[in-house]
Design a protein around this ligand. Structure first.
Ligand code: MTE
Ligand code: MO
Length: 456
């Protein structure tokens, strides 16, 4: 960091729903130059109207005290009047009304074909590593349900001494663990395979989220049922919805103790759309294996070849064949600010920030380039750096006002380095859908607008 840069001009408080409305940008741009009076208010109004919100808000270009910024000189009502009583409307707190813009959203490109079955997390608006439960991405193959936990049952059968059926109460009496893990849909960043530059990081990478999950290791439950852990090499996990989303989970993962039968998410019960009251947590493995509304696991001695592992969520290779089912989400990262659809109003200091993750373990380092990959600088990894969880990285940057291409490249503790699009396509071809972990490029244009681009 240059010690003498003007106090941060680039902090982004507001991250937008980012469809560029030129009118909105022009308006906030003009106002930022002509005086800052209603600048923030108008920026927010522009955001509500669907325009991009500029990166430099009130923190930009501080007005000298004598200049008389009314927002600091006048005592507003909230400093003199009586505030509200405890938030008692429905007994559950909500974000500020000024944060309404921060929403999970459906991709306009996908909605028509998938019947609103995917919503994307607003990564551009999040801090740290935890995804607030109300902003967790959603993927439903057959819609979601709010299941009565008193009626929900969980069965273990197959190669077990004693098939068992558990109530939620019984599961919640068992020894519990809480762990932070990311979940990423295998189809995250899928559209970018075809070089379709979807506009924002919400839509390029928003099918990843990270929570603290609480539950019982599946191995504990299998042992209670007397599962044959020697010959039982796989389990089949089955959900309680109508999607027939059964998945094969290798016993080796379960023996490690990492696979959880979870009821908790970020300190409270799972949200209905995320599988309430019970879901499977399979750290490092693509989202489709994290069976929601979990109702049964069956122990078997071979893979089940269920429909969603035989025809979906597997990789089409350049020779036209499908690669055998592979579930690990490999090392990946993305810069979330500055990112597509955001606008840098001025040159000067910016905090480049983003997320990195690996289904194989911990993130070891993240390098960031602002010149399209010619030069790289090591970003700061913020603590905690946890295995199979999102890791936050930050890097100081002073923008000189010239076009810049911002990228991040993560490396995990197995030594695996996130590939470029060229490297990925050399192995996987151009017609793939799933498991795109290529380096993302954001082009900062001279006028400050940030765009999704792919470098050839
Ligand atoms: N029962 C059931 N489990 C399911 C699904 C589903 O449709 N039904 N979708 C899967 C897919 S493809 C993904 S990516 C994750 C999404 O989890 P989330 O909605 O909590 O983000 O759940 C998985 N588990
Ligand atoms: Mo998925």
């Amino acid at each position: 960091m240059t010690p003498d840069h003007p106090a941060s001009s680039g902090r982004v408080k507001k991250a937008p729903e980012n469809f560029l409305s030129r009118e909105g940008i022009k308006q906030v741009w003009a106002e930022s130059k002509s005086g800052r009076r209603d600048f923030i208010r108008n920026a927010f109004a522009a955001a509500a109207a669907g325009a991009a919100v500029p990166l430099a808000t009130a923190q930009g270009n501080p007005v000298p005290a004598e200049g008389g910024d009314p927002n600091i000189l006048n005592l507003p009502e909230h400093a003199t009047g009586l505030g509200l009583g405890v938030a008692q409307d429905d007994g559950y707190g909500k974000p500020s009304k000024y944060e309404r813009n921060v929403q999970r959203r459906q991709s306009p490109g996908l909605t028509q074909t998938t019947q609103a079955s995917v919503s994307f997390a607003p990564l551009q608006s999040l801090f740290g590593i935890v995804t607030p439960s109300g902003l967790h991405f959603e993927r439903h193959h057959q819609g979601w349900w709010d299941i009565d936990p008193s009626k929900h049952r969980f069965m273990i059968n197959g190669m077990v001494k004693k098939p068992m059926v558990f109530t939620m109460d019984e599961i919640m009496r068992l020894p519990a663990v809480s762990r932070f893990h990311f979940i990423e849909c295998g189809a995250n960043t899928a559209v970018d395979w075809g070089n379709v530059a979807v506009p924002t990081v919400q839509y390029t990478h928003g099918m990843v989220s990270c929570s603290e999950f609480t539950g019982v290791p599946l191995i504990t439950l299998l042992e209670l049922a007397g599962a044959d852990l020697k010959n039982g090499k796989f389990v089949l996990a089955e959900g309680g919805d109508g999607s027939a989303m059964t998945r094969t989970i290798p016993m080796s993962l379960i023996l490690s103790g990492e696979v959880l039968v979870a009821y908790g998410q970020n300190g409270e019960m799972l949200r209905p759309e995320n599988g309430y009251p019970l879901r499977l947590i399979v750290p490092g493995i693509q989202g489709v294996s994290w069976v929601k509304w979990l109702r049964r696991v069956e122990v078997g001695d071979q893979p089940y070849a269920a429909k969603d592992e035989a025809i979906h969520y597997i990789d089409l290779m350049p020779d036209g064949k499908h690669r055998q089912y592979s579930g690990i989400q490999e090392c990946k990262s993305v810069v979330t600010t500055p990112s597509g659809g955001q606008v840098l109003l001025d040159k000067g200091f910016y905090n480049i920030t983003g997320l990195a993750w690996s289904g194989k373990g911990k993130i070891k380092r993240v390098d960031v380039s602002v010149d399209g990959g010619r030069n790289w600088r090591a970003a700061r990894l913020e603590t905690p750096v946890l295995s199979k969880a999102l890791t936050r990285f930050n890097l100081d940057w002073v923008w000189d006002g010239k076009p810049a291409i911002i990228q991040s490249r993560a490396q995990d503790d197995t030594g695996f380095v996130q590939p470029t699009y060229q490297q990925l396509r050399a192995v996987r071809g151009t017609r793939s859908i799933y498991h795109n972990n290529a380096i993302q490029s954001w082009l900062v244009q001279e006028n400050g607008e940030v765009k999704n681009v792919q470098l050839s």
